[in-house]
Design a protein around this ligand. Structure first.
Ligand SMILES: Nc1ncnc2c1ncn2[C@@H]1O[C@H](COP(=O)(O)OP(=O)(O)OP(=O)(O)O)[C@@H](O)[C@H]1O
Length: 549
């Protein structure tokens, strides 16, 4: 909501202008009705002047209406564009841990569906506003025509709205339920796309997946939408009934109150005129309600507040030391929370000091906590307890951004971007081309400026390009998570025996998760991380005390 308000604030001049034009158009329309009314009642002459005035008013209805709608619909599209870019920027500024908690399906649902839904609702607002002005102005005119009939109409419409309120609330509750199903549906869509190979091989799996992960959610959404729409059509029919009933009742009331017939007829004419905008207002309800639900969903993600700037973090010191302790963890503890019946995972307390220029290997069994440790070393996770120091300085909340800027990393399933980014945004193309050749990828991928020609690669090739992207960042600390696992034996040897020593000679501190015990002798130090406990590596694994329990 705050984002929407700030966007509206940015467009604060167009908004009142458009609303003013809309109001003027609606009032001109009412004026036409009032003139026709007077012609029917005989209180106005059907002369050229009256018809000229009607023609001018009709032109005003058209011109003002067009102006207002054009400005407001353009504004709607601008707001959607800003919401899209601002939400992605908020996502980029949000902590990795928070994004992990939200989960990919919910994030995709917001980016693809919620923003579009808010946009649709926003684009309906001009029509809602113009119809609202018409209805309001129309009722004021009715009050002026006959206060008795106006009071009667207000009472009937108030009663009608009171009855419909319950249906609209029920509709809103059902729409929230539909939206919750969207996350499940999106998870299903992702499964169908990302699991295409596994599914293509097994018809039974395909059937089970389709039944439980897609059809169940789609059918739940269908049933809920049908129920929600029932309340909507009920509200629409109810509105029509209330207005038509009122029109009939007005005649009876006019007779009972002994009001002149033309008076009552004029009143009815205005009511007939107001029937359309009233119906439109009710018809727009589902779109507006969906927009409200979607907006609440965007806010419920609790992404970072929107900051347009991409400020580089302030450096905590001029340069990191090239000798002695560089990165240290002291008493660092981290907990992955339990999920349902699955127990959580506890890492630490970790005591570790990495020297500048050191090559450190971390080994250990699956699920031992190596990747979690790497993300702590990268500053991507906040320890629950303990201290991280970089270059002798404690990594406080203010220095976390600076810490991250000292790290390059290739994670176990890296995401490839097709642009290389050098320090301060300037890429050393010579270094990039040379390293591309060292990686033996120059025949597969061409580098034009900072752009890679192709990133549709095999797993091993992807890892090589990810390493290129990390190296050209020219940062002092390089983290590698099982980098060599996807490489062929020849290149694996080349990586351990030549590439890593080369990077080390270039001044890099390297922390690599590895299972390649044949090459452990090439590291300065090897540590074992098992069941969340970090200990020196020995040929015969030592069972950590709490892992044996
Ligand atoms: N985002 C997460 N949320 C909850 N638990 C997690 C998360 N990431 C990892 N874990 C749990 O933490 C434990 C350690 O995982 P981690 O990926 O650090 O192990 P690892 O030593 O790198 O394993 P591997 O060698 O198999 O890659 C595992 O039990 C895993 O289930």
């Amino acid at each position: 909501m705050s984002l929407l308000l700030s966007l509206l604030h940015r467009f604060r001049w167009r908004m009142p202008l458009a609303l003013g034009l809309g109001a003027a158009g609606a009032l001109a329309g009412l004026w036409v009705i009032a003139l026709v009314n007077r012609l029917i009642a005989g209180s106005a002459e059907p002369d050229a002047l009256t018809f000229a005035l009607i023609a001018v008013l009709l032109a005003a209805v058209f011109g003002f209406g067009f102006g207002a709608q054009a400005i407001l619909t353009a504004l709607g599209h601008r707001v959607v564009c800003e919401m899209r870019t601002a939400t992605v920027k908020r996502l980029l500024d949000t902590d990795v841990e928070r994004l992990e908690t939200i989960g990919a399906p919910a994030l995709y649902a917001t980016l693809t569906k919620d923003i579009a839904t808010v946009g649709q609702a926003f684009n309906r607002l001009p029509f809602v506003f113009c119809n609202g002005v018409l209805v309001l102005g129309g009722f004021l005119y009715l009050a002026w025509l006959s206060w008795q009939l106006f009071l009667l109409s207000a009472a009937v419409i108030g009663l009608g709205v009171g009855v419909a309120y319950g249906w609209v609330s029920a509709m809103r509750r059902l729409m929230v339920e539909v939206r919750e199903t969207d996350d499940r549906l999106l998870a299903g869509y992702r499964g169908a796309i990302e699991g295409r190979n596994e599914l293509a091989l097994n018809t039974v799996r395909k059937r089970v997946f389709h039944r439980h992960d897609v059809a169940a959610a789609a059918e739940h959404a269908r049933d809920t939408e049908i129920r929600a729409d029932r309340y909507w059509v009920l509200s629409l029919s109810w509105t029509a009934l209330v207005i038509l009933g009122l029109i009939a009742g007005i005649f009876a009331a006019g007779e009972a109150l002994d009001l002149p017939r033309p008076h009552t007829a004029g009143f009815v004419l205005v009511l007939m005129f107001l029937r359309m905008p009233l119906n439109d207002l009710v018809g727009t309800l589902p779109i507006l309600l969906s927009g409200k639900v979607a907006l609440a969903k965007v806010e419920a993600l609790r992404l970072e507040a929107h900051r347009p700037a991409f400020d580089r973090p302030e450096p905590a010191c001029a340069a990191l030391p090239v000798k002695g302790p560089l990165l240290s963890l002291s008493g660092v503890v981290y907990d992955h929370p339990a999920q349902g019946d699955e127990p959580g995972f506890h890492l630490g307390p970790v005591e570790l000091t990495v020297e500048a220029g050191e090559t450190l290997f971390i080994v250990g069994g699956n699920g031992g906590g190596k990747s979690t440790l790497l993300t702590l070393l990268a500053g991507l996770r906040r320890p629950a307890a303990g201290t991280i120091r970089l270059g002798g300085l404690e990594v406080t909340e203010e220095r976390r951004g600076w810490h991250r800027e000292q790290i390059s990393a290739v994670f176990s399933t890296p995401h490839l971007f097709d642009r290389l980014v050098g320090p301060d945004g300037r890429l050393d193309e010579e270094l990039a081309q040379a390293f591309l050749r060292r990686l033996r990828m120059d025949r597969k991928v061409a580098l034009a400026g900072d752009r890679l020609s192709d990133i549709r690669l095999s797993q091993g090739q992807r890892k090589r390009i990810a390493l290129l992207a990390a190296v050209v960042e020219e940062r002092p600390i390089l983290l590698l998570d099982e980098w060599a696992a996807d490489q062929d034996p020849l290149f694996r040897r080349f990586f351990y025996e030549e590439l890593l020593p080369e990077l080390k000679r270039g001044g890099r501190t390297i922390i690599a998760v590895s299972h390649d015990d044949r090459f452990f002798h090439l590291a300065d130090r090897v540590l074992r991380c098992d069941a969340g406990v970090l200990s020196p590596w020995s040929e015969v694994p030592v069972q950590p005390a709490h892992a044996a329990q």
